[in-house]
Design a protein around this ligand. Sequence first.
Ligand code: TEU
Length: 549
Amino acid sequence: MNFNDKVIYQIYVKSFMDSNGDGLGDIAGITSRLSYLEKLGVDYLWLTPVFVSPMNDNGYDVADYRKIDPSFGTMEDLENLIKEAKKRGMGIMLDMVFNHTSTAHEWFQRALQGNPKYKDYYIFKKGADGAPPTNWESKFGGNAWEYVPQFDEYYLHLFDKTQADLNWENEEVRKELYDIVNFWLNKGVSGFRFDVVNLISKPDLFENDALGDGRRFYTDGPKIHQYLKELNRNSFGQKEDSLTVGEMSSTSLENCVRYSNPSEKELSMVFNFHHLKVDYEKGDKWSLKPFDFQELKDIFDHWQTGMQEHQGNMALFYNNHDQPRVVSRFGHDKKYHKESAKMLATSIHMLRGIPYIYQGEEFGMTNAYFTSIHEYRDVESTNYYEILRKEGLPEERILEILQAKSRDNGRTPVLWNDEEGRGFTHGTPWIPFAKGPSVSAEKDLNESDSIFSYYQKLIKLRKTNPVIQEGSYEILEKDHPSLFCYVRALGEKKVLVLNNFYDQEEAFSLKSHGFPPVDEKKVRLLLSNYKELCIKDEKICLRPYESVI
Ligand code: TEU
C-alpha cells in the first residue's frame, strides 16, 4: 500500500497528557485529546513504547512485550484508544523495540540463571585477555559489554547496560518476535515503528575497531534484509494495509532503498538521521556548532533524488523524542518563533515522502532551556554529563552543551494551556516544563495566524494535491546560502516551494527558472507564512523565515 497521502503524529506517551494526576502521561490521556488530533487532520498516531518496563530508557527497555506498563494504564485503555481513534479515522501505531530487551525481561532473567535456551536469546561472549570481547562503545557511553561473573562472560548492549541485545541468529528469537507483532495486529493496531531495526544483524566475527566505534560491524548488518523480509512475511506483511517504519541508525541510501522499496517486501518507509547531524562538530554530538545549512540541503537533496530514483520511501521529520526541538535548533524561537516554525514545517511537508509531526511541534514548542543537571532525566544526558566532567569540561560548558543537545529538549510535557500543570497534569510533572518562550496549544489556537492552523493547511494541501503525494522532486538554487527551494512536478502541474532559512530578505526570480509571472490563471499562491505575497522587480521577495508555496 502507498501511504503518500498520510500524515503521522508521534506521541511521547509519558509527556503527552496525564489523566490521573500522577505526573506521568498515560493512554487514557491520549484518548481524552483525540478530538484535538482529529482537528489537526493526522491519520496515524505512533505511540512510543507503552509496554511493561523498568523505565531506565523510558520504555525502550521492554520487560514484557504483551503487557501495558501500569504507569501508562491498562490493556483496556489501549483497546479503548484503538477503538476511539478508529471512530475518528485514525490508526494506532506501536513502537517495537526488537534490537534489545530490558535485562528485567523474563528471557534475560532465565539466561542469567544459566538456562541455555535463554542464554542463546542474547549475545554472550568470552572476554579477551581480561578485557571485554571488543572495544566497542555503547551509544550511551562506556563499553558495550557487561561482565557477568557467574559465567565469566560478557553480554552485548549497544545501548544502556540494562538493554541487552537480542541474538537474531537464533530462529527461536525471531519466532518470538513475529508472535509479538501478530499479537498486536490481532488487537487492531494499524502499524508499527521498529526501533533501531538496522542494528539487529550482528557480524559473524566480533572485532575491535581502532577508535572503539563498532558501527561498521553491526549497522545494516550481514543478514538484515533477510531478517526484515522474514519478519514481514510472518507478521504484518499478511495485513496489506499495515504501515511500518524502521528507525535506521547511521544507515546508507542504498540500504534504505532496499528497506523501503515495496517490491522488496521489507518495510513501508524509513527514518534516517543524517540531516540531523549538521550541527555536530566532526561527528560529535556533544559539541556546539551552528548548523551547516548547505550540508542540510545537500543531504536532503541526496536522499530525495536517490529515494525517488529507486522508489524508496522516506519518513520526513525534524523532531522526535531523541532530538532537540527544531524551532530552537534551525529556526529562531524568539523573534521569529511563528515564522520559523511554519517555514520549517513547509520545508519538510512538501518533500517527497511521508511527514511526521512530533507532539507540540504543531504549536511551536521549543527546547527545555534547563539550567541545572537536576532537571534532566534522560539516561544519555546524565551519562554524558559525567563523561564530559571526567574529561575536564567546566560545568557551565557542559550545561550549555546539554541545553542544545539533550534528548530531554524534546521530552518536556506538552504545554496545553497556561494554568498550573499546563493542562498536562494535576500533579507534579515527572520532568520540569520547558522554560523557553511561553507557548501553549490553547494560546496558539486562539490566534488567527496560529501555527496549528498552518499545519492543518499543510496537511490539507498534501491530501488534495496528487503532485505533493506522487510528484517528482528537483532542487533549485542548490548553492544559495539562505534559500531551500524545490519543485514537485506531476503531469502539467508543478508545486514550487521556497523557504528562507534566515532573517535577511532574499529574492527568487520566477522568470529565470522558467515560470510565468504570478497571476490568477497560471501561477497561484497555495500557502505562505506571511499575509501577502511580496513581489519586487518581478521577483518574489522572501522576508525573514518566509515560506511560499
Ligand atoms: O534511538 C536510537 C538512536 O539511535 C538514538 O537513541 C541515538 O543513539 C541517540 O539519540 C544518540 O544521541 C532509539 C530510540 O528512539 C531511543 O529513544 C532509544 O533510547 C534507543 O533507540 C534505544 O532503544
